[in-house]
Design a protein around this ligand. Structure first.
Ligand code: SF4
Ligand code: SF4
Ligand code: SF4
Length: 267
């Protein structure tokens, strides 16, 4: 099966929230409206000035950092596109939460048996040849499911056909090495809270390159130390985004999973 993706055209979104409602139904989550990512909201709509709505969700990175830092292999990237999480393997270290460049995964802090929660790109539906529930429910075509290559072609075509109606960029083509969720917008992405300065090299490759520069054989110990160093840096980055280390420390102590409601596309 070819790699699948979602194309989210922000110019076509009317803020009806059907995508979240369909997602919640597909994932048997409580039928409440939530405007930030939570353990019970794998996608959330955020409203910006001028009635612009942005869907936040897991980007299903081509080379997911969450998977690369997970010490027990609880995250896997499938050939079709979904990045999946296996709760039976998870040891609750939450490295994935710290490592995600888009601050997507949420943790069930209030549960006795907490899991990491995020969008699954409707993996079972996709495997059965169906569109994701959110794409199927979207009345305007603002969320479209299909082959990534074709969606990308279509995205560039939409920009070509309406050059004044879009910024000339498809978000998700190169960011962190490419993602399975692509965005089109009429408003510059940085004004909509997207991280526009993210690396274009996959983040797992960056850590691997850094390790290659270490002379001699890279031992498991070295890799582990480097991993801890990298995670610490990411923690600080997350803390800065959230208002400083004190805030992060406080949140970790209190057990909050709120990463500001935005999926870390920067602010
Ligand atoms: S957006 Fe974050 S959680 Fe989703 S695949 Fe990428 S690194 Fe993993
Ligand atoms: S792809 Fe599926 S799990 Fe992800 S946001 Fe859409 S409906 Fe929810
Ligand atoms: S269903 Fe489509 S139009 Fe409605 S809020 Fe979601 S993306 Fe926007």
């Amino acid at each position: 099966m070819k790699a699948k993706a979602l194309l989210i055209d922000i110019t076509q979104c009317v803020g009806c929230n059907n995508c979240q409602a369909a997602c919640k139904e597909a994932n048997r989550q409580p039928d409440t409206v939530e405007n930030r990512l939570t353990p019970t909201a794998y996608t959330a709509l955020q409203e910006y000035e001028g009635g612009v709505y942005v869907r936040r969700m897991c980007q299903h990175c081509k080379e997911p950092t969450c998977a690369s830092v997970c010490p027990v292999g609880a995250f896997t990237k499938t050939a079709e596109g979904p990045v999946l999480y296996d709760e039976s393997k998870c040891i609750g270290c939450r490295y994935c939460i710290q490592a995600c460049p888009f601050q997507v995964p949420r943790y069930e802090w209030s549960s006795n048996n907490p899991r990491v929660r995020k969008c699954r790109l409707c993996a079972e539906r996709v495997a059965a040849g169906q569109p994701t529930a959110c794409a199927e429910a979207c009345p305007t075509g603002a969320t479209k499911f299909g082959d990534r290559d074709e969606l990308l072609k279509e995205a560039y075509e939409r920009i070509r056909n309406n050059p004044t109606g879009y910024v000339h960029r498809v978000y998700g083509v190169t960011e962190v090495g490419g993602t399975s969720v692509l965005y089109l917008s009429a408003v510059p992405f940085e004004k909509l809270g997207f991280k526009t300065q993210v690396e274009t090299t996959p983040l797992p490759a960056l850590t691997a390159n850094a390790m290659e520069k270490i002379p001699g054989v890279v031992t498991v110990g070295t890799a582990l130390l480097y991993g801890i160093y990298w995670i610490t840096n990411r923690r600080e980055e997350v803390a800065r985004a959230e208002g400083g280390p004190a805030v992060l420390r406080d949140k970790l102590t209190r057990g909050s999973d709120d990463h500001d409601g935005h999926i870390g596309h920067g602010k």
